[in-house]
Ligand binder design. Structure first.
Ligand SMILES: C[S@@+](CC[C@H](N)C(=O)[O-])C[C@H]1O[C@@H](n2cnc3c(N)ncnc32)[C@H](O)[C@@H]1O
Length: 260
């Protein structure tokens, strides 16, 4: 289990990131495209993009399901305002994935790319999605597991004892929660994806610009000293590869079905 997630801080952080998000979300966008490929081919009429952020996935879903009505939902009002400006053709709603404000059986498909790792309890997300799906409906999602940003975590551990990197659930716990849910698991993949950066500043800046910097409680309060930052940067350099400095993401993707 990870620390309790301060939801207002998550919403604020992502709202503030809305304007810049798409320019820095290279890994998120690539993953979105492969998650769309995991979606079922059968027709879907009502689709929810849960944690839709800037709305990037909505036109992609629309291409695949041309007749569907699409709703983007997110906990961050700033993200939704941006999405509404970009893609006014879709509907939007403020919603917390752990307490969905939708009717039972409202959707044929719930899609969620890299959003539910910001929730306290993955099994609660599964219960909520199950409730809002029609029988035979699908929940296609990606989330992050422990091992994500391992290089940053390792480098900071050489500098101090503070928690500089967000905590993510262990992948075995995530799998156990999937197994204990009422969903049928149609597809399940776990893999590590590397996103390379030219330098440390580029890597940490991009995390900040997408609103995904550390917002959990054990983070260092106040300014980190220049000496600590220098030590951290040196420790990061030990991870350098030919392609650059890696940010690793341990990604769980799955396609779940609510039985008929
Ligand atoms: C990394 S962004 C991904 C955005 C989009 N799905 C994409 O693929 O570009 C994560 C999004 O999840 C939203 N989010 C975080 N916690 C949430 C929650 N409990 N309920 C709904 N959305 C949440 C954030 O506000 C943010 O917009």
């Amino acid at each position: 289990m990870h620390d309790v997630i301060p939801k207002q801080a998550v919403a604020k952080s992502f709202s503030n990131a809305a304007q810049d998000y798409d320019q820095f979300a290279r890994f998120q966008h690539e993953l979105a495209k492969s998650l769309i490929e995991m979606c079922p081919e059968e027709k879907k009429q009502t689709i929810l993009d849960l944690g839709c952020g800037t709305g990037y996935c909505l036109p992609l879903l629309n291409q695949q399901y041309t007749k569907a009505s699409l709703l983007g939902a997110d906990i961050a009002p700033g993200m939704l305002a941006f999405a509404q400006q970009q893609y006014p053709e879709f509907q939007y709603a403020v919603a917390d994935a752990e307490n969905l404000p939708f009717a039972e059986g409202q959707f044929d498909l719930i899609f969620s790319n890299l959003a539910v790792q910001w929730c306290d309890d993955f099994s609660q997300v599964l219960i909520q999605a199950y409730k809002c799906l029609k029988p035979g409906g699908h929940f296609v999602l990606s989330t992050l597991a422990d091992g994500t940003l391992a290089e940053l975590k390792q480098a900071w551990s050489q500098v101090d004892q503070h928690q500089h990197v967000n905590q993510f659930d262990d992948e075995n716990d995530l799998k156990a929660m999937l197994g204990a849910s009422l969903f049928q698991i149609e597809q399940l993949n776990i893999s590590t994806i590397y996103d390379y950066h030219k330098d440390v500043r580029g890597l940490t800046d991009s995390l900040k610009r997408i609103g995904a910097h550390n917002i959990t409680d054990g983070r260092a309060k106040g300014l980190t000293s220049p000496r600590a930052v220098k030590q951290f940067m040196q420790a990061m350099e030990t991870h350098r590869q030919e392609a650059g400095l890696p940010a690793s993401y341990r990604v769980l993707s799955c396609c779940l079905k609510k039985p008929e």
